[in-house]
Design a binder for this molecule. Structure first.
Ligand SMILES: Nc1ncnc2c1ncn2[C@@H]1O[C@H](COP(=O)(O)OP(=O)(O)O)[C@@H](O)[C@H]1O
Ligand SMILES: [Mg+2]
Length: 249
């Protein structure tokens, strides 16, 4: 995936300016940065959910935001997303939540879908929750379900918006282990937002920070730790001092 000169504005508020970055296949790319600076906006722009005022997003070499009809749908199927608030279907069981995208976008029959649903539930460790509803399971299990649903169509690129938000440290570490396991199995590209330094270092090949409408690519965890940009240092120090939890919409 490649971004070229991305600029996003809401009315007169410019949120992102001239952002260019190439994220090679199989990379785990982590976005950090203060709340309200545009991390979610950038992720949604990559995923085609927000139209930038300027710039291009290339997926498999195609300027995908300009595609329409079948061509757009073909690219859309290569993408999976875990939203900040999971965006699960509350009126569907956990199993049905995973079945939904399969039913909508594939030719699989009911038996085949059921087999896949079981496999995904098992892969994220919540087989026992198949017939339960999302509000009957814990926050950590809801994240697992969101991940399973994001992966249901075997996407090439998966976007995770703050996958460990609100989870305790042990559950957070397990969720990131799961993300990495699944990433290695499929060789998929991962773009993930987190402000948990430990989780960022655990998962990232490269880290970047959204700050002042810019994307500062700080590099590997090691390079990020020793990054010369004072904004990066200040932000990382602040995170290490105390837990910074996000309450942004
Ligand atoms: N759909 C929208 N309409 C108007 N403003 C928005 C919208 N989405 C985000 N914003 C604004 O863009 C800025 C960046 O938001 P966001 O990307 O959610 O930040 P982050 O994920 O880094 O916390 C904020 O000022 C937010 O209020
Ligand atoms: Mg956000």
């Amino acid at each position: 995936m490649k971004l070229e000169g991305i600029e996003v504005a809401f009315d007169s508020q410019v949120v992102l300016k001239n952002i260019s970055v190439e994220i090679p296949r199989g990379e785990v790319f982590v976005l950090m940065g203060p709340s309200g600076q545009g991390k979610t906006t950038l992720l949604k722009t990559m995923a085609g959910l927000i139209t930038p005022r300027n710039g291009k997003v290339f997926i498999d070499g195609k300027d995908w935001l300009t595609l329409d009809g079948d061509a757009r749908f073909e690219t859309l199927k290569k993408l999976g997303m875990l939203f900040q608030k999971n965006a699960l279907f509350d009126s569907l069981t956990c199993g049905e939540n995973i079945a939904f995208p399969l039913r909508e976008t594939t030719d699989l029959n009911q038996d085949e879908i059921n087999t896949k649903v079981d496999a995904f539930l098992e892969a994220v460790g919540i087989s026992h929750a198949k017939l339960l509803y999302p509000d009957e399971i814990s926050g950590g299990m809801q994240k697992r379900l969101g991940i399973a649903r994001a992966l249901a169509l075997n996407p090439e690129i998966i976007f995770y918006d703050d996958p460990t938000a609100g989870l305790d440290p042990i559950t957070s570490r397990r969720i990131v282990e799961l993300i990495l396991d699944l990433q290695k199995k499929n060789g998929s590209t991962v773009v993930a937002i987190t402000n948990d330094v430990n989780r960022a270092y655990q998962m990232a090949h490269r880290i970047a920070m959204v700050v002042n409408q810019e994307l500062v690519i700080t590099g590997t965890p090691e390079q990020t730790r020793n990054h010369p940009d004072p904004r990066v240092q200040q932000f990382m120090k602040g995170l290490l001092k105390g837990p910074l939890t996000e309450h942004s919409p």
